[in-house]
Write a protein that binds this ligand. Structure first.
Ligand code: ZN
Length: 205
């Protein structure tokens, strides 16, 4: 794939504490059926994914569950640091036309251009902090093809790869810079102002 991420905006890394409200994903098992993922999951949380972004990504994978088609998209957000530890905040996910089978997926060439044109037109400041794709029925790991095909695009050391298996209900996160097979911790976060149930609990009669 000969596509460059021309629109990536370079921004300074903010020193900020991680989100207060964050939980492990219910599908996060910390294990994978791959030989490449035999190392124990690291305790370091490498990414915090907004709950709406998480739902979009999961529903995307689930929508193509029955056809067993892979899906793929980009993670948008920012890189932050806190007490010497770098982490990624995923605020949204986006996708475009895909060229997919049960064991492979790539952006349709025109789709990729369309996606970035759309993002530029949206006029907001964004950073591509990684990508997600699905493995319908065969577990969460990074295959050699994943690393080879997509590794050239996501070259920044902080960029995260999220893999979803919508048939086995698994989701895992990987860093691309090293230990590609190693599963890392990631959490789903929400903002206090974005929690209607929390708001209701505060009502007193
Ligand atoms: Zn893959």
């Amino acid at each position: 794939m000969s596509v460059n991420i021309i629109s990536e905006t370079k921004r300074e890394v903010l020193e900020r504490p991680p989100p207060e409200n964050a939980i492990s994903h219910i599908w996060h098992k910390g294990t994978a059926p791959s030989e490449k993922a035999t190392m124990p999951a690291s305790d370091t949380v490498i990414a915090y994914v907004n709950k709406h972004a998480e739902a979009k990504m999961r529903n995307h994978a689930l929508a193509y569950r029955n056809q067993k088609l892979e899906v793929m998209g980009l993670l948008l957000g920012e890189v932050r640091t806190w007490q010497g530890q770098e982490y990624v905040l995923v605020r949204d996910v986006v996708t475009t036309d895909l060229d997919a089978t049960s064991v492979s997926v790539k952006f349709d060439n025109k789709g990729f251009e369309k996606l970035f044109a759309g993002l530029d037109d949206a006029g907001f400041d964004y950073v591509v902090v990684g990508w997600y794709h699905s493995h319908p029925g065969y577990g969460c790991f990074l295959s050699e093809t994943d690393i080879k095909t997509h590794g050239g695009i996501f070259v920044s050391p902080h960029q995260v790869a999220i893999v979803i298996d919508p048939l086995n209900f698994q989701i895992e996160a990987f860093l691309l810079r090293k230990n590609e097979g190693q599963i890392n911790q990631f959490k789903v976060y929400w903002d206090t102002w974005d929690d209607p149930y929390g708001g209701l609990r505060k009502i007193k009669k």
